[in-house]
Ligand binder design. Structure first.
Ligand code: GDP
Length: 424
């Protein structure tokens, strides 16, 4: 059975925690898109970890972790992550890397920086991990698949072509040092030796696993609103964040995907630029940021403060719909326990009209939030295991949101740990 864990919002919904928890009953966990630009924070018996490339299942002995073909594979980052978790005593994980995954090249990271510099005020707020230049090259058909590392003749010829093309931009657009084919070739040889032990045809591996009735978890990065087609374009990421894309990015038949757990956060947060209708500012935002997540709402990769907002029913309803949600995992509900009243965004007012349908970006920029205020529960709900034991106002908040978004909330997360979960 194939399941996906994906985000309904702008990312940082707590997918890492939900995947880590669901991985207890899974055989294989697959990353299918994105790269080292975002990260998951996971708290478990071994400590606290920020993973960028490895799937969240690496902490179990019984699981295989796969980096699928859809991922932007940064080989040195992957190696560092493997070493860092082994250093903290996690048993050596079983990791497979798709021979069709493409490689983030050092010049992708440079181009990401140079372009953000060039754009200045109009920059995207990129994490400068090379993701946009990487996917541009992939779809311009000038990227490097992992399998190409093992074809020396091809590589030698290809790095020359790469340098010819990239150096035009480096010289004339960015005025930066030029690339040398021999340097790139040497780097690719290092990459080849590092990655060789992990490479295989992961789609064949997954197909066999499906036939053997294994449980496969597809782990998404970011959330619906960062999808390049369905998100807040152009302030999006460069690969699809949607569960159906998980089938492409892992290489499995689409009809095998049976469960989509969409992780939805009890308030909003976002990183980077772009419209954020329910955003809050000042002390109100600072307090939520400080209390949020596990130790505050700061980026797992960059450490930068996240933008904060109230729960957005319009964005989340759309976010769940586009994922093909079967289950909603509603997270960080415990964080809201300090509020007397909790505002929720229930509609967008655009040019004097109120809508509950998530609009295209040009309209989104004009949207003002329509807020409804619900009573808070003013208590700490961590440690509660049964839904009935939650304070009445907390249940009312959850049920109100479930009705607004129109998808069943089957899991409520009330703390960062694996066991902080209430099933409904
Ligand atoms: P991801 O990228 O979607 O996995 O999100 P993050 O890595 O940003 O995770 C969100 C943060 O919230 C992490 O620090 C988690 O440990 C933490 N977290 C996840 N679920 C909960 C929850 O229910 N309550 C609290 N307080 N923290 C949580």
């Amino acid at each position: 059975m194939v399941k996906a864990v994906v985000g309904a919002n702008w990312g940082d919904e707590g997918k890492g925690k939900i995947t880590d928890m669901m991985a207890a009953d899974a055989d294989i966990i697959v990353r299918f898109q994105g790269g080292a630009n975002a990260g998951h924070t996971i708290v478990n018996n071994y400590g606290k970890f920020a993973l960028h490339t490895l799937p969240s299942g690496v902490f179990y002995n019984h699981t295989t972790s796969i980096i699928g073909n859809g991922v932007a594979l940064n080989i040195p980052v992957l190696m560092n992550e493997i070493h860092s978790i082994e250093e903290k005593g996690v048993p050596a994980p079983h990791i497979l890397v798709s021979d069709r995954a493409q490689i983030v090249m050092p010049y992708h990271i440079l181009f990401d920086q140079y372009e953000e510099e060039r754009l200045g005020k109009a920059s995207f707020g990129s994490t400068k991990s090379g993701i946009a230049p990487f996917y541009s090259d992939k779809y311009a058909k000038v990227g490097y698949q992992v399998q190409e590392l093992f074809d020396e003749e091809l590589l030698k010829e290809k790095v020359v072509r790469t340098c010819d093309q990239k150096n035009v931009l480096l010289e004339h657009l960015y005025h930066k040092p030029l690339l040398k084919p021999e340097d790139i070739l040497a780097t690719l040889h290092e990459y080849r030796d590092m990655i060789a032990p992990y490479v295989c045809d992961t789609s064949a591996y997954l197909w066999n696993a499906i036939k053997e009735n294994k449980t496969i978890l597809l782990e998404g990065q970011l959330g619906t609103l960062k999808d390049p087609d369905h998100g807040i374009y152009p302030m999006v990421t460069s690969s699809s964040t949607l569960a159906p894309y998980g089938c492409i990015g892992a290489g499995i038949p689409a009809q095998e995907l049976k469960q989509v757990v969409t992780v939805c956060k009890a308030y909003s947060s976002a990183v980077g630029a772009g419209a954020f209708v329910s955003e809050i500012f000042g002390d109100e935002a600072d307090e939520l940021r400080r209390r949020g997540g596990d130790g505050g709402e700061f980026g797992a990769t960059t450490g930068r403060p996240r933008r904060m907002g109230w729960f957005d029913c319009v964005a989340s309803k759309y976010g769940c719909r586009m994922q093909g949600t079967t289950d909603v995992a509603f997270t960080v509900v415990d964080v809201l326990g300090y509020l007397d009243e909790i505002p929720v965004c229930v509609g967008y007012e655009i040019d004097g009209e109120v809508t509950t349908d998530f609009p295209v970006t040009s309209k989104l920029e004009k949207a003002k939030p329509v807020l409804k205020t619900l009573p808070g529960w003013k208590s700490d709900i961590r440690g509660i295991k049964k839904y009935e034991d939650l304070p009445e106002n907390c249940r009312k908040y959850i049920e109100f949101i479930e009705k607004e978004i129109g998808f069943p909330i089957t899991m409520v997360s009330n703390g960062p740990g694996r066991d902080d979960i209430i099933y409904r």
